[in-house]
Every structure is written in C-alpha cells, then in structure tokens.
Write a protein of this length. Structure first.
Length: 269
C-alpha cells in the first residue's frame, strides 16, 4: 500500500514512522512516496494511485465537497503541548523577528508578508479569513510573497527579506527543536485559531473493510508500545477519529478568504 504526505517537509519523519506502524499492524508493506512534489502526490491520492495520505484541512474540504469525494477521513494527530488541550487542533502563530518593532497584527499594515502556498489553511486562508473579520478585504500588506513552504518563510523572516508570516504551530515546534535559534530570533505577535488538525485520509477506491482497519490502527496507536514510542518521539499524544463536520470551521474560513485579496487575485462577491 502506498502512502504520501502533503504536509510540511519537517513533518515527514512522523508521517513515515506512522505509515510503517500501520503496515506492521496490518501485515502489509508500507511504500512511502518520496519522489514527487506534494502537489503531484495529492493528485495521485485523488486518482487512487496512492491509497493513504496526510492532508491539510483546506484541500480535504475541497475534495470532500465534490459530488464524488476521492478520499475519506481516517484520523488526526493530537499533539502533547498544553495549548492544544488534548484536541486534534493547531494554531497559526504570526511571527516577526525578535528585534522588530511589531507588537500586534494591526501594526502590520503595509508590512512585507509571506505565506507558504495558496492551498494552505495555516499560512494562507486563515490569514485572509482573519482579514475579512477585520474588514480589511484588500491592500492591507505592503507586499505579499509566496515562500513555497513554512520552512522557507521562516528563513525569509530570519534574513530580513520579509517582516511577518503565519506559521503552523506544529511546524514551528519541530523547527525550533531542529534549530533552537528560531526561538531566540523570532516571536509571536498574534495567534490565529484553533483550526482542525490536518487529517490522514484514505482513497475511496480502497475497500471499506481495509479503510476501517487503517483507522483502527491509527486510533489505537497509543495503546501499543511501538506506536506510543513513535508518538512520544514526535510530541504527539494519540490519533483521534474525526468526522467531516469537524472541518466545517475551515469551510467557513474558506468562504471568507475567497472575499479577500492578497495581491493579483479576483475575490468572490
């Protein structure tokens, strides 16, 4: 069975170890798709050529709302940090350099902003939704740059190329473990969320019995010594079953985001 992550690159080790755990529990070989860009992996998930994936909530709801959804939800990770309150949620921290003068989001008017990519909830849509709530539907930032990933946005922040970016808190936590300098040189001035955690999904081309077994392997992972070690190693407590309604907040934020302009875009009426 083929597995692929469409998440931030620094989350790949957690994904790979979880995929191999599922394979061990089910007695199958877990083949990890490393060779393509995440957009290609997502397309292969849609086509059923990759059976199991880890997706941001935004592309999930786009797929789920199609007449014939290509994927079904499995489970989402619950992270250990206290801020998540034992729920499968995360936040987007608006980060600036520690030596900058910015103190809150409203002061960022005219600033140089970067986002990871436009199919992201955590770095893109959640910010546009927030701007909608502030009645700032166009021209808030001085410039907007697509970084390509959260990791690239962090590097642009560090070298002074941009002033601010919204970063998935789970991605930033991994980044700080790998590069402690991030914690010293960057600070949060606003927290957006919580948002529903990105979920593991399974292709609807997979038979229902197998889908149920994969979901069971994930949601019971914390009960097995091997699984518990993997979870602990990646600061996760467990995988929680999630249903489609859990992602309704992302649908609401997407509706708002479509009515806000970052740059050369056309907003919905």
């Amino acid at each position: 069975m083929r597995f692929a992550s469409c998440m931030a690159p620094n989350a790949e080790p957690f994904f790979v170890e979880t995929a191999h755990f599922i394979g061990d529990r089910m007695g199958i070989e877990a083949i990890i798709a490393h060779d393509d860009q995440w957009a290609s992996r997502e397309r292969l998930i849609d086509e059923g050529q990759i059976e199991v994936g880890w997706l941001c909530g935004l592309p999930y709801v786009w797929k789920a709302d199609l007449p014939s959804p290509p994927v079904e939800l499995l489970a989402a990770p619950v992270m250990r940090a206290a801020r998540y309150k034992r729920r499968p949620v995360y936040f987007s921290d608006v980060l600036v350099r520690s030596d900058s003068h910015w103190r809150n989001f409203s002061e960022l008017r005219g600033a140089r902003w970067a986002y990871n990519e436009p199919a992201s909830h955590s770095g893109y849509n959640v910010v546009k939704s927030y701007l909608y709530d502030l009645d700032q539907k166009a021209g808030f930032f001085g410039s907007v740059h697509m970084a390509g990933s959260h990791e690239q946005a962090l590097e642009l922040l560090l070298d002074g190329s941009i002033d601010a970016a919204a970063i998935d808190t789970t991605v930033f936590e991994i980044a700080v473990r790998e590069k402690p300098d991030y914690a010293r040189h960057l600070r949060s001035i606003e927290t957006l969320g919580p948002s529903p955690m990105p979920s593991w999904v399974v292709s609807t081309s997979v038979d229902k019995g197998t889908r149920a077994r994969i979901r069971q392997a994930l949601t019971e992972m914390h009960q097995h010594p091997q699984g518990a070690r993997i979870l602990q190693r990646h600061n996760a407590a467990r995988y929680a079953a999630v249903d489609d309604a859990f992602y309704d907040p992302i649908r609401t934020m997407d509706w708002k985001a479509r009515r806000v302009l970052f740059g050369d875009e056309t907003a919905d009426p």
